[in-house]
Design a binder for this molecule. Structure first.
Ligand code: SAM
Length: 344
């Protein structure tokens, strides 16, 4: 029979197992990074292959690759159809380069720049400053501008995420009557592309840093949307395109502290037509103490960008200081929500 001491020890052991599992979280994400970087999912797109053949095509050690594949198969990314022979699962298929909602670039982004920045996370907590300035020698977006190959990985990672967010936003929000829509920090135009497809009469502008919007041009042309969507490069801290009716800021404000966010918001407020509308697409941190993706993403912002996720009250205060009033907050099928605000 279990004595009180044995019961207590058993509970402690179970807590220790749970904590051990949490401590190993980055082992899993870094294994996914390795698989993404060497392109295993692309190599498996036509069907299962032996690990030896895979390793030869990827130019890596077969024994080591087997150990990675075995582990990732245990997390459901691959299946070992025959001994030492692996195929894709629906989860692992998202690591292919050219599938809609691909997460390959996000895995590479996380495993390289993000991982380096998190290595110095203690510094972020000691100082309240992102570690990227120390680790990369400059602020994140300056670094992305100076390293085009890393910038491309970041932009592709954001586009993969934006494909998921766009689908959820288009299902949750009625854009009819939105007038001319301007997506500020709109990256490669993924969100606008998804909206314009559903609203054939709509015209729009995608605005981002000049090097980033080059990618938007290509993407919109490929979707035959270039005629209805102007692509403008610039700096949202200086000015944003004028004359729109609805301004979108999707996963932009969370990159910045309140002071910088206010500059962006005030530029939008100045640029928009009378009765203009602003849609923020952002996570909203709930008051509940349970797990919520927004709390983890908030730490990513603390460490990597110097920004933050915000509560509903924090959004209301920030928006009010920039001359906006929040009308509704709409949930979507992804963690991001739509905060609809009007110019007052
Ligand atoms: C986190 S990404 C979000 C991209 C896109 N809205 C999405 O939801 O996928 C932030 C975007 O802000 C852009 N950005 C950063 N600093 C900028 C600036 N000073 N002026 C214009 N765009 C900027 C970046 O290039 C990037 O595309």
């Amino acid at each position: 029979m279990a004595t009180p001491q044995i019961r207590k020890d058993t509970e402690q052991l179970s807590s220790a197992m749970m904590l051990r599992e949490m401590l190993c979280g980055f082992w899993v994400s870094q294994s996914i990074y390795v698989a993404a970087r060497i392109g295993v999912a692309d190599l498996l797109k036509d069907g299962p292959q032996s690990c030896e053949h895979l390793a030869e095509r990827a130019g890596v050690d077969a024994g080591a690759l087997y150990r990675v594949m075995r582990t990732l198969a245990s997390y459901g990314l691959f299946e070992e159809s025959e001994p030492q022979c692996f195929g894709l699962t629906p989860l692992g298929s998202l690591l292919q380069t050219s599938v809609p909602m691909s997460l390959r670039s996000l895995a590479i982004w996380n495993g390289e720049v993000s991982f380096k920045a998190w290595g110095d996370a203690l510094h972020a907590v000691e100082t309240g400053q992102p570690t990227t300035r120390r680790v990369l020698g400059m602020n994140l977006f300056d670094y992305l501008g100076q390293k085009p190959e890393v910038g491309q990985i970041f932009n592709d990672a954001m586009s993969g995420l934006a494909t998921q967010v766009s689908q959820a936003v288009v299902s949750a929000y009625d854009f009819s009557g939105a007038g001319k829509v301007v997506d500020i920090g709109g990256g490669q135009g993924t969100l606008l592309g998804a909206i314009l497809r559903v609203y054939p009469e709509m015209h729009a502008i995608v605005f981002d840093a000049p090097a980033v919007v080059e990618g938007a041009n290509r993407r919109l042309e490929a979707m035959s949307l270039a005629e209805r969507c102007q692509v403008v490069g610039g700096d949202f801290f200086e000015r944003v395109p004028e004359g729109g009716d609805t301004y979108l800021l999707s996963s932009v404000l969370h990159d910045w502290d309140d002071e910088n966010s206010l500059l962006i918001l005030r530029n939008c407020r100045r640029a928009m037509r009378q009765n203009g509308k602003l849609l923020l697409i952002e996570c909203v941190i709930p008051h509940s103490s349970g797990p919520d993706f927004s709390k983890l993403l908030d730490l990513q912002m603390l460490v990597v960008t110097g920004g933050r996720e915000r509560t509903e009250e924090q959004f209301r205060t920030l928006l009010s200081a920039a001359g906006f009033e929040v009308k509704r907050i709409i949930s979507t099928a992804v963690p991001e929500r739509i905060i609809e605000a009007v110019a007052v």
